[in-house]
Design a protein. Structure first.
Lengths: 339, 432, 407
């Protein structure tokens, strides 16, 4: 009856303030669904398709966590949040985790009391300009009108960058990506700035993507990652290690294609065995079943598969791995060992 | 006499000549045009200006609309068909029709439920809107909220039945106690209803929803124009009683109650709805018991309801103030107590005066439900600005979508205001 | 003489008397209300405390003193990204007041025009105005704002078309440029002696009032009617013009320069497109409502008044000015002021077009960046409340003044 609006309202009237909130994992298990906060729509990261199914890079992280905890990657309730509401939604318990390309910053971690469990995408803020403007570097942008998508750290990075380079600009803050794009294409701003991944995703939807260039400057570090509330470390561990499981799986060559065979017939690699639960008791330590990581990886594939499926070079968004390659390939992805 | 006359006068017309037609400049369309369009020089200039304006608007929109494409997969496909001709791409409406009306997460095979609820809405509203219809229909109106709830949200039928049972029990208790005193009846009824709901809550098992006749739909999955309609109807119908209570409270001579009502009304009326929605979205969650998880829909309904209640209270207060003092004194002199005189004498008249104002507020409120798109709810504007414009297929289709939303709102709001004018004429019992 | 109610028996107090006895009932109800109120506040407060403690948060307004860190495109007071959040909020407050003020003026103009024209004898014009009023009244302001912003962005020329040696668009009169980024207008350059010109201008405005007062006095005393129209214009323009040339044209114009920057016109005054969009949208939307008020006000003046005035031999213009309008204004002004309130409140939607009003600064970027949702929303509500109550207070003063004149 929990979803019933009527009884929900009654609960409000009836229940007196109880003790501290129950552990998130118990709540999720009792509910049978994971409430996962995502964006209101950013193609490639989290957006509903024409049938209303959410898909994207962040969405697959949510699905992996749901698969690890509940064994069912579909047992996710996606809660669209705006830049304004995401933190309250998480702090007030409306959502269990936030996977909304949110930048890991000091103040969000320390002041707002959120735990970033890791980084699922290393991003940075970039600039997009029309090719015929003839601009080849962000330092040439003196006096330009800049469209900013609000609600991220974008405004602050932009102000910092232009101030430190001592150049002036006219900021035009815009709420949604679609509207910013409209402004940019109509020439109401010279430059569109947001995370480089977002720029690539946006450019991919243009009629003539070739007419626009991304400037070489990346003016900020934007480690984007899923986050949970402070104070519930068990739940934080679950989300953290689910993400790590996806990354480790890619490193170890475990894919959604071969995972069934690998777990059915354990090989000689002890770390793979520990990861897939055929050896050791890692799942039990987390309070999950032994095959938690297997479920998580089977949900959407390992990190590399998720990347390629949603934002990789074969997709319209066409992002290369870059910083998001495994450490063995010169990237920054480095999962702690499963041991 | 006639004889002499016939001799003296050379010619007498015996019959009237048929009236000759007025000159062509003083009759028919020419006269009408002269009187109504070119009465004076200034008027003529205005007419020309207006004609030019109409021409501008029509010449820029009509070709675009008539060249519209109704069948295409995406904007790119649309542009291909149009082949450089300026034309609308209405295909987005046909392709995303269901999303615009129902949001993107409502189960596709269940669309008949809100549609049915919408059709039944007219049946339920009819006896309220038109007094000539048989009064028995009001029974259906009373049942409608529970039926609509069940249709839209689905799940077990026990929940709305329980709600209904609570209301019925509450009414019975009220009916019984009201003979003693209105206050006892009123509060007794409320308490009885809550007792029924509380006890009933234990009777419905937690798993009742899983094998229910209608698939349960969480309120997060509501969207599109349906969400606007639901918010509008729910909040208006909830806020009328609340507004009456606030208005009476504000007119009351109990200083404390009056104070509370004044502060409440002035506070709500002093802030924009958008800040109240921010409260619903980012603050209200902190004010509920931990873990109660009241969903966003309810929080928004609460805030919009108190918002419109404050405005309706002011309208009704106007109605109360407009009643001649004699009406109040008449009630007192008949020996009626406060509750009786309000119920039997004052409120029926005051509400009648207030109806146009209340309808105005309702129209305004219905339009304001679009503001929920700012707080990440996917009403029709939210659907347009969010999933549809963000999708790769329809990125860049603005006019068609905004036009569609505008037409929907215009039809509903214009309809309501026309009804209100009809009602005003109907209720005008004074002869001016 | 008997009364219907028995006199209450002294000394025998029964609990039911608390509900039924009119002497105690009001107190009972108030006590119940007070208890309920306290319970509600306690319930909400304790929940808040519990929830905040559980999340490890606190209520603190310290963030207001920290640097805001973001830039704002249109500011009335000096502001940089190093200014504090509080200063950002002030920028927002001033921007809100600015757009509300501008929109109130233009909405009144639109509304009065449309309201009067709707009563026009010209069939076509009155129909066009009805269509305007109905279309704008029945479609949400949010949709209008989005539509108007989109129209402006899509239909105005780009700033680029004004730039360079051989621009596609020349500046209008060499001074103005209308782009989809806003309007560029020339700014005055105050040279030496310009203060004299300004002083003369102010003096001539005072002169106009003096002249009008004198004309009125003359009319009342002797019945002689002095013309007011062209002398007003003459007094307004001539002395200033003379002063301007006598002082050697001290005030120059700083026209927008198409060559100074490769992205934007530089120089002069720039009014950003977001401001214009929200300003225009609010004006034309609210104008439709004001038109209805104006129409109702004029129609509320009974026909006999017009006829009586006509019988006295007044000309139509004077009938309007001296008889109809003063009476109609009484009906028009109270709803007009609540429309002004609505404009102020609806200006919070400026966030949709990227205009930096208080909702966009304090309730937008500051809230996003600091995550201090409760504090920001509370401050935001407080601001709007103060504005609304101030306007309401003016309205009450006005209403009371009007009331006194009633006979």
């Amino acid at each position: 009856m929990k979803t019933s609006v009527f009884l929900g309202a009654l609960t409000v009237a009836g229940i007196v303030a109880g003790g501290a909130a129950a552990a998130t994992m118990d709540e999720v298990k009792a509910r049978g669904k994971l409430n996962c906060g995502v964006t209101t729509g950013l193609v490639g990261f989290a957006a509903p398709d024409s049938n209303g199914n959410w898909e994207g890079f962040d969405v697959d992280v949510c699905r992996a966590v749901a698969a690890a905890v509940l064994g069912d990657p579909q047992a996710v309730e996606f809660v669209p949040t705006t830049g304004k509401t995401r933190f309250t939604a998480l702090a007030s318990g409306e959502i269990d985790m936030l996977a909304r390309n949110t930048t890991w910053t000091f103040s969000r971690d320390v002041d707002l009391k959120f735990t970033f469990v890791g980084v699922n995408y290393y991003d940075g803020q970039g600039f997009m300009v029309p090719k015929d403007l003839g601009v080849s570097s962000a330092t040439e942008l003196d006096g330009a009108t800049v469209c900013i998508q609000t609600g991220t750290t974008t405004e602050l990075n932009l102000a910092d960058y232009f101030r430190s380079n001592n150049i002036s600009y006219e900021p035009v803050p815009i709420e949604t990506n679609a509207e910013a794009q409209q402004q940019y294409l109509a020439g109401a701003c010279d430059v569109y700035t947001t995370d480089a991944s977002g720029l690539a995703a946006t450019r991919a939807t243009f009629e003539a993507p070739g007419d626009h260039v991304l400037l070489p400057e990346i003016v900020s570090k934007e480690p984007l990652g899923p986050l949970v509330r402070h104070g519930d470390n068990e739940w934080g561990d679950v989300v953290r290690w689910t993400l790590n499981a996806l990354i480790t799986a890619e490193e170890l060559g475990v894919t959604s294609a071969n995972i069934a065979d690998m777990s059915a017939a354990p090989g000689n690699n002890p770390e793979i065995n520990r990861l897939l639960g055929t050896e050791g008791t890692l799942g039990e330590m987390l309070g999950l079943s032994a095959d938690w990581a297997k479920n998580a990886i089977a949900a959407g594939g390992n990190y590399g598969e998720v990347f390629e499926k949603n934002i990789g070079e074969a997709t319209p968004i066409g992002l290369s791995r870059g910083l998001n390659a495994q450490w063995t390939d010169g990237g920054l992805l480095y999962s702690p060992p499963f041991r | 006499m006639s004889d002499t006359q016939s001799h003296n006068v050379a010619f007498v017309r015996e019959t009237f000549l048929p009236e000759s037609a007025p000159p062509s400049t003083a009759t028919g369309p020419v006269k009408w045009i002269k009187d109504n369009l070119f009465a004076t020089w200034a008027n003529g200039l205005l007419t020309v200006a207006a004609l030019y304006l109409i021409f501008l608007v029509l010449s820029s929109t009509m070709p675009w609309i008539f060249a519209g494409i109704w069948n295409a997969e995406s904007l790119a496909a649309c542009r291909e068909v149009l082949d450089g001709v300026s034309g609308a791409c209405f295909a987005v409406l046909t392709e995303r029709w269901n999303q615009l009306l129902f949001g993107f997460t409502y189960p596709t095979d269940q669309y008949w439920r809100p549609t049915l609820a919408f059709v039944l809405l007219f049946v339920a509203m009819a006896p309220v809107l038109f007094f000539d219809l048989p009064r028995k229909l009001l029974i259906f109106t009373g049942l409608y909220p529970f039926l609509a709830f069940w249709l839209i949200w689905g799940g077990t039928i026990l929940a709305p039945l329980l709600a209904l049972a609570g209301v019925v029990v509450g009414y019975l208790v009220y009916d019984r106690l009201v003979k003693n005193s209105f206050a006892a009846g009123f509060f007794g009824g409320i308490v009885a209803a809550f007792v029924v709901w509380y006890i009933g809550g234990f009777l419905i098992s937690d798993t009742a929803n899983e094998n229910a006749m209608l698939q349960a739909v969480p309120s997060r999955d509501l969207g599109g124009f349906m969400l606007n309609m639901m918010l509008g109807i729910t909040c208006v119908s909830l806020s009328v009683p609340l507004g009456i209570a606030l208005a009476l409270g504000r007119q009351s001579n109990l200083p404390l109650i009056k104070g509370i009502c004044v502060v409440f009304i002035e506070f709500i009326r002093g802030v924009p709805l958008i800040t109240l929605l921010f409260v619903a979205n980012v603050m209200l969650a902190y004010f509920f018991p931990p873990g109660s998880g009241v969903d966003l829909f309810i929080r928004v309904v609460i805030m919009i309801t108190i918002f419109s209640a404050a405005y309706i209270a002011e309208v009704i207060r106007g109605g109360l103030a407009a009643l001649p003092k004699g009406q109040y004194e008449a009630g007192d002199s008949l020996g009626l107590d406060y509750a009786q005189s309000m119920r039997l004498i004052i409120l029926p008249q005051a509400l009648k005066i207030s109806i146009p104002g209340i309808v105005n507020i309702a129209v305004g409120l219905f339009k304001d439900t679009t503001l929920v798109s700012v707080i990440s709810m996917f009403d029709i504007v939210g659907m347009i600005r969010g999933p549809i414009l963000a999708s790769t297929d329809w990125n860049g289709v603005y006019w068609e979508l905004f036009m569609f939303a505008s037409v929907l709102f215009f039809v509903v709001c214009y309809g309501i205001s026309q009804y209100s004018q009809w009602l005003e004429r109907r209720l005008a019992t004074d002869h001016r | 003489m008997t009364t219907l109610t028995d006199p209450p028996k002294q000394g025998s107090f029964q609990p039911m008397m608390l509900l039924n006895d009119t002497r105690y009932r009001s107190i009972t109800f108030q006590v119940i209300a007070l208890i309920l109120l306290i319970l509600a506040i306690w319930f909400l407060g304790s929940n808040l405390a519990t929830n905040l403690a559980a999340a490890g948060l606190n209520i603190s307004y310290d963030f207001l003193g920290n640097p805001a860190g973001y830039d704002i495109n249109q500011t009335l007071i000096p502001y940089t990204s190093q200014s504090t959040n509080l200063q950002a909020a002030f920028v927002g407050i001033l921007n809100t007041l600015l757009v509300a003020f501008l929109a109130c003026i233009t909405a009144t103009v639109f509304g009065v025009l449309a309201g009067v024209l709707r009563l026009s004898k010209n069939w076509l014009v009155s129909k066009v105005m009805s269509v305007y009023v109905e279309i704008f009244r029945n479609i949400p302001v949010l949709i209008w704002i989005l539509i108007i912003f989109t129209i402006m962005t899509a239909s105005m020329p780009t700033a680029k078309s004004y730039l360079g040696e051989t621009p596609d668009n020349g500046l209008i009169a060499g001074l103005f440029a209308f782009t989809n980024r806003g309007v560029n207008a020339p700014a005055p350059i105050w040279g030496e002696g310009s203060m004299v010109v300004v002083a003369v201008f102010i003096a001539s405005i005072i002169g106009i009032f003096a002249y009008r007062k004198y004309a009125k006095k003359l009319l009342f005393d002797t019945g002689r009617l002095l013309p007011t129209g062209w002398p007003t214009l003459a007094i307004l323009i001539l002395p200033t013009l003379i002063a301007f040339f006598v002082m050697g044209q001290p005030i120059g114009l700083d026209a927008p320069d198409p060559l100074a920057n490769r992205f934007n016109l530089r120089g002069g005054i720039q009014i950003g497109a977001p401001l214009i969009a929200i300003w225009f949208a609010l004006s034309i939307y609210t104008g439709a409502f004001i038109a209805e008020n104006v129409r109702a006000g004029i129609q509320a003046v009974s026909k006999g008044q017009t006829e009586a005035a006509a019988a006295l031999g007044l000309r139509p213009g004077r009938i309007m000015n001296l008889v109809v309008l003063p009476q109609a204004l009484r009906v028009i002004i109270p709803p007009l002021i609540s429309q002004y309130l609505n404009i102020t409140k609806n200006s919070s939607l400026a966030i949709l077009v990227g205009y930096a009003d208080i909702t966009a600064t304090l309730g937008g970027i500051t809230l996003n960046q600091t995550g201090r949702a409760i504090e920001c929303v509370l401050l935001l509500m407080l601001f709007y409340l103060v504005i609304s109550l101030t306007i309401s207070a003016f309205m009450n003063v006005y209403n009371n003044r009007m009331k006194l004149k009633e006979r």
